[in-house]
Design a binder for this molecule. Structure first.
Ligand SMILES: NC(=O)c1ccc[n+]([C@@H]2O[C@H](COP(=O)([O-])OP(=O)(O)OC[C@H]3O[C@@H](n4cnc5c(N)ncnc54)[C@H](O)[C@@H]3O)[C@@H](O)[C@H]2O)c1
Length: 344
């Protein structure tokens, strides 16, 4: 079988940190043929760093020269729809970073186009593919914590990543900074919550940057079966990505950054019961740390992007369903729009 030829559009943070390394892991089936960035100097440096042969500053040139199988879109969200549409029109499969696009009408155009051109398109909902998250979904499906009653999502990013930079593109997203991190919280919630119907939002500005309207958001996302309580903040100097699931028979806690999952059941608050559940959590945490150390030492660590990108490549080679459908990408944007409307 010929290797799938991949071209990456946008050579910034996420392309360098996650996408290019994830495609390079798949070199048995994939050839990274080209990179494209408006900033040609950046594109050249990235190509050199990762040994990618061809460099472009214009998408149309890359598409006409390269005969690509996959276009990997790592540009700011505003450019997602035009890049994805042009790539699909050229017959390429498309991997699209989140958020799918800033508006629902852009998402609709993308959905229409993938059907019209008969190509595969998947939106990067990477947090849902962390081994920890996949394990939690299996545990919930097997009934380990009984019936799901609710969930809590916490996402913290440090100020220096986004909001400290006045000219960063995130300030132009619908809703500002929440437009960048909110989609992660929403698609993680939608993995468990059915038919999101309403949202309540309390937003404030905690930092001193005058160009920021809000940097701290509490969101209640109300679904048919449960409510997800989301806290997103860009105002401090800490990073976190945590999800807790509450069921009738127990609790699952996930720390997606340290990739540790613990399962709790504390039926009584008597000291013996508290001590035994604390010991169980300590044991699970220790096992998780040891397994992470092993994976790091033997180069076996798989992040959400690695797993999702591998599944996307498989979906093309084996003609299987994509890991995240365009319709799921659109649903995340529908919910994001409900949140943004509450901000105005
Ligand atoms: N899944 C995640 O965990 C995660 C994390 C960070 C960013 N992202 C997403 O990845 C995307 C990119 O974010 P980033 O932080 O890498 O941004 P970035 O600003 O670091 O990089 C974007 C690059 O795209 C280039 N670009 C812009 N318009 C272009 C065009 N028309 N043609 C070619 N190149 C163009 C820019 O020059 C820049 O180098 C965004 O959608 C963002 O939301 C996802």
């Amino acid at each position: 079988m010929n290797k799938l030829k991949v071209g990456v559009v946008g050579c910034g943070f996420i392309a360098k940190k996650r996408h290019i390394p994830a495609f390079l892991r798949l070199k048995k089936n994939v050839k990274l043929s080209a990179v494209c960035d408006l900033n040609q100097e950046l594109a050249k440096n990235v190509a050199q760093e990762f040994g990618i042969p061809n460099v472009y500053s214009d998408l149309s040139d890359m598409l006409s020269e390269e005969n690509l199988d996959i276009v990997d879109v790592c540009t700011p969200p505003k450019i997602h729809a035009p890049v994805a549409l042009e790539a699909m029109k050229s017959g390429c499969n498309v991997l699209l970073e989140k958020p799918m696009a800033p508006s629902l009408s852009d998402c609709d155009e993308i959905v229409e186009a993938y059907k019209k051109y008969g190509v595969k398109l998947s939106v990067v909902h990477n947090q849902n593919f962390y081994p920890t998250f996949l394990k939690a979904q299996k545990l919930v499906d097997s009934g380990v914590i009984g019936k799901l009653l609710g969930m809590r999502v916490l996402i913290l990013t440090t100020r220096d990543v986004y909001i400290a930079h006045e000219d960063h593109w995130i300030h132009k997203l619908p809703g500002g900074a929440i437009g960048e991190t909110g989609p992660h919280a929403v698609y993680m919630s939608l993995a468990f919550l059915k038919n999101a119907a309403d949202v309540n939002v309390c937003a404030r500005r905690q930092s001193d940057y005058p160009w920021v309207s809000y940097d701290d958001y509490r969101i209640e996302l109300v679904g048919e079966n449960l409510t997800s309580s989301i806290y997103v903040s860009h105002a401090g100097d800490c990073n976190a990505s945590e999800v807790d699931l509450f069921g009738t028979e127990g609790i699952i806690k996930m720390d997606l950054q340290s990739m540790i999952l613990t399962h709790h059941k504390r039926e009584h608050i008597k000291p013996t019961s508290v001590a035994s559940s604390s010991l169980s959590v300590a044991g699970q945490t220790l096992t998780g740390v040891v397994s992470n150390v092993f994976n790091v030492c033997f180069g076996k660590t798989m992040l959400g992007h690695d797993i999702m990108i591998e599944k996307f490549v498989e979906s093309i080679i084996e003609d299987k369903p994509v890991p995240v459908t365009p319709e799921e990408g659109r649903e995340t944007i529908r919910v994001m729009n409900m949140i943004v409307e509450k901000l105005s």
